[in-house]
Design a protein around this ligand. Structure first.
Ligand SMILES: Cc1ncc(C[n+]2csc(CCOP(=O)(O)OP(=O)(O)O)c2C)c(N)n1
Ligand SMILES: [Mg+2]
Length: 521
């Protein structure tokens, strides 16, 4: 098993060791090319594998014991499914009845993965690993699972390894006639827009988006997961497609052609021609206005850009008018005097303290929601979310995993006090392995967004939303991490700058005390 994983190029395994997997752990002991990181809760193993995979583009694995280990890991597997992240889950096989409780791993993993294999003997394992990596590397990235029963890990048998390389299929490249038609539609469009989603990130196709936008002067909006598809400082970037921001909504509804790449989260109306590029055919719906191109965003955009260049000259002549329109909407959106405080100040501190390629993880907290609109992603893979799954508690372990995958990038999670306590134990993992991710914790001593809803929509019936918290600075220090309290935006800027400057020192937790926060969207 471990030799097959190493041959496939796997570099990181996150897990909690335990019965049924001793042999696998022992094999990892003598496999230096694979880093084994023991976490403090299996939930974090799957989140970390996801963070590693999305940040680095490489596959990571979670190795968790059958039954409770797997069940603990499932929220991370579900999140990885929602974010289209290539996570390999290796677990045991527990499918027998225990006092009426049916623990069939395949039944639980099945809906949260694109493929699950079960080894009945050691000899089957190399082919199963090969199939798992083929699944992980082809089509839409999603988690896959391999179940190895304890008896199979413990068994001894002559096994032939299989060659990994032959397993990787070429990505779907799209129908050339459809791509040609798309090029003509875009070249003749009067008011086009590119709507970039997570598929652009997974395909590592951001440079091709900017190339197309520049050539035809097409403005770009993104989904949450698509942030980073184009620098949000690019003069054609309109940031995240926030439909509750009226000027942007009006502008989007006046587009004649929408090119939706790697997303189904776009919005269109009557009379709008939609061109869709998606690696997952099941995402295509019916619609007269829709031209669907089934393929990976990278090869499809490559071919589309060539076809667009062949169809006509660059539209640099439109640059002034189009970029002026974009600037007008962005000025209305980012105008400092109309921004919520203290959120805007905190966001500016984050922007100015972090390098452009820093990786920010959005938690399910008020500053996290705010960041979808107001954090300007400047590089690909610099903004990770839990997508539509909306997983409270995943931000910090995703940050730790991302830092393992990208040790040379600054990695910062934005959590609330509620979400951070879901996985604060991973401070221990971070300190033990020297994984210097930065945790920013906005502390309002509440499940603040829920509390606000109780105040505003339920006559102030506050129940279950006020929280008793530890002293976060002392907490971090007790783990051996660096803890600092930042009382305002300037202090946050100083603390983040310090964390960036002393990156190789220790993991850092920055507590930012806040009061009740207003919301805009
Ligand atoms: C696993 C999970 N449980 C519960 C929720 C519902 N939920 C979303 S945000 C939130 C409160 C978050 O509190 P905190 O992290 O302190 O952020 P704040 O709203 O205070 O800024 C809750 C309970 C969820 N999204 N996911
Ligand atoms: Mg809170």
């Amino acid at each position: 098993m471990v030799r097959s994983l190493a041959a496939e190029g796997l570099r990181a395994v996150f897990g909690v060791p335990g019965a049924g997997q001793y042999e696998a752990i022992d094999a990892l002991y003598s496999t230096p090319s694979i880093r084994y990181i023991a976490v403090r809760h299996e939930q974090a193993a799957s989140y970390m594998a996801d963070g590693y995979a999305r940040a680095s583009g490489e596959i990571a694995a979670a190795l968790v014991v059958e039954g409770p280990g797997l069940f603990n890991a499932l929220s991370g597997v579900a999140t990885a499914y929602a974010t289209s992240s290539p996570v390999l889950v290796v677990t045991g096989d527990h499918h027998h009845r225990k006092k009426g409780l049916e623990l069939d791993e395949t039944a639980w993993l099945g809906p949260l993965t694109k493929w699950v294999g079960r080894a009945r003997s050691p000899a089957e394992i190399p082919a199963l690993v090969q199939e798992a990596f083929q699944q992980l590397r082809s089509g839409r990235p999603r988690p896959v699972g391999i179940e190895v029963p304890p008896a199979v890990f413990a068994a001894t048998e002559e096994v032939s390894l299989v060659q990994p390389a032959a397993a990787t299929p070429a990505p779907a490249v799209g129908d050339p006639r459809a791509i040609q038609r798309a090029a003509e539609l875009l070249a003749s469009a009067r008011r086009p827009v590119i709507w970039a989603g997570g598929g652009v990130m997974r395909a590592r196709a951001a440079t091709l988006v900017a190339e197309l936008a520049d050539y035809l002067q097409i403005p770009v909006v993104t989904t949450r997961q698509g942030k980073g598809s184009i620098s949000e400082r690019h003069p054609l970037s309109l940031g995240m497609a926030e439909m509750r921001f009226q000027p942007l909504r009006n502008w989007l509804s006046a587009r004649d052609v929408i090119l939706a790449v790697g997303t189904s989260h776009y919005s269109s109306g009557e009379g709008q021609q939609v061109i869709r590029i998606d690696v997952d055919e099941t995402e295509f719906g019916e619609g007269d206005e829709q031209l669907s191109i089934h393929g990976d965003a990278y090869p499809v955009l490559l071919a589309l850009n060539q076809a667009v260049a062949a169809a006509g000259p660059s539209r640099g002549d439109k640059a002034e008018a189009v970029q002026g329109e974009v600037a007008g909407i962005n000025e209305a959106r980012f105008e400092p005097s109309r921004q919520l405080q203290p959120q805007w100040g905190f966001m500016e501190a984050i922007h100015t303290a972090l390098p452009d390629d820093a990786i920010v993880i959005q938690g399910m907290n008020q500053m996290g929601y705010y960041s979808r609109n107001y954090f300007r992603a400047r590089a690909p893979h610099s903004y990770l979310t839990s997508s539509s799954h909306g997983t409270l508690g995943c931000a910090y372990p995703i940050a730790v995993g991302a830092k393992v995958g990208c040790p040379d990038r600054v990695v910062v999670s934005l959590s609330g006090d509620g979400g951070f306590l879901y996985n604060l134990q991973e401070l221990s993992t971070a300190v033990q392995y020297g994984i210097n991710a930065v945790a920013v914790v906005f502390n309002d001593n509440a499940y603040g967004n829920v509390l606000r809803a109780q105040m505003e929509e339920f006559d102030g019936h506050v129940l279950g939303t006020q929280l008793h918290n530890p002293d976060f600075v002392a907490l971090a220090q007790s783990f051996g991490a660096h803890g600092v309290r930042a009382e305002d935006a300037d202090a946050l800027h100083a603390a983040l700058s310090e964390a960036v400057a002393t990156e190789n020192d220790k993991p850092v937790l920055i507590e930012v005390p806040v009061g009740m926060l207003d919301r805009e969207f």
